[in-house]
Design a binder for this molecule. Structure first.
Ligand code: ATP
Length: 283
């Protein structure tokens, strides 16, 4: 969970340089927030938990989340600043991102577990890679104890992920992540029941006990791919949960439509489909 500050620059600054930039946008960001917002917009009841600092950024995050149809449980940590990202968009189309993570790393296992206090069978825990290894493992164990299902996008990549696979029902990876983690067959062999591999404009594949099922991407005019993976994961999960099934090709088809919508618009949260748009896509 972070506040994203996006700047346009002619080129990335060289060491020691001072350059001009143009402020493009300031918005909610971070994989967790992106996924929670889209999940909630699909119509699922969604609780989003994250740590923020006791500062103006934390207040702004709370204010912006209040506009979304989810329950936000923000844990305010006294000693750390709220996380934020500086995104540089160079004229060449390349991005460079700097993200702070003191707040996410400061979310301790006990505080995080308290977010699951009313969760039980039929509920789903969705995680990304930004929490500490200890907190991530504690949340997944708590979810197992409560009979919840679990899904994760293991990004940013961290060493401790290799100890988590037996606690995960569904894992979403892009091609780079899949390669770094030893391949989708390795994840399946380690105990992940369903792996979703996203392939950018080429679409995605669902790898599970039924085999390897490919779902094509939806052609669109690409404007900004930021958040496409988060949107894809959230809509896949939302589609399956709303229909009371596990992940299936229909869930990935719904997700492909929603992700193409996102890719064809600038920004992140502002580019995600609205609740009304998702209702039309999830048929
Ligand atoms: P990002 O980091 O940009 O959020 P990612 O690397 O996690 O994305 P990708 O595999 O690039 O994930 O994209 C996720 C999904 O978004 C794809 O499976 C596809 O459905 C959709 N998508 C991405 N790029 C395109 C594109 N150029 N055209 C159509 N759909 C796209």
């Amino acid at each position: 969970m972070a506040l994203d500050e996006t700047l346009s620059v002619a080129d990335f600054p060289a060491p020691g340089a001072s350059i001009f930039g143009t402020a493009l946008s300031r918005d909610l960001g971070g994989k967790g927030a992106n996924q929670a917002i889209v999940l909630a917009r699909t119509g699922l009841t969604c609780r989003f938990t994250a740590a923020v600092g006791a500062d103006a950024r934390g207040q702004e995050i709370a204010r912006r989340l209040a506009a979304e149809p989810l329950e936000a449980r923000l844990m305010e940590l006294a000693e750390v600043p709220s996380d934020f990202s500086i995104i540089l968009m160079a004229d060449e189309g390349e991005n460079a991102v700097i993200t702070t993570r003191e707040a996410a790393a400061g979310l301790c296992p006990d505080l995080a577990r308290s977010a699951l206090d009313t969760a039980g069978p039929g509920d789903l825990l969705v995680l990304q890679g930004n929490l500490s290894g200890e907190t991530t493992a504690a949340l997944l164990c708590e979810a197992r104890t409560r009979g919840m299902r679990t899904a994760m996008n293991p990004s940013p990549l961290q060493e401790h992920f290799q100890d988590l696979w037996t606690l995960l029902d569904m894992v979403f990876v892009n091609e780079g992540e899949a390669q770094a983690l030893g391949g989708v067959d390795h994840l399946r062999a380690e105990g992940v029941a369903q792996v979703v591999l996203t392939l950018g404009g080429r679409g995605a594949a669902l790898i599970d006990a039924a085999g390897h099922r490919a779902v094509p991407g939806v052609p669109c005019a690409v404007v900004d791919t930021t958040g496409a993976g988060d949107c894809f994961m959230a809509v896949s999960l939302g589609s399956a949960m709303l229909r009371g099934t596990g992940l299936d090709p229909k869930a990935l088809e719904h997700a492909s439509r929603a992700a193409a919508h996102t890719v064809a618009r600038p920004g992140t949260v502002g580019a995600f489909p609205t609740g009304a748009e998702l209702a039309r896509m999830l048929v």
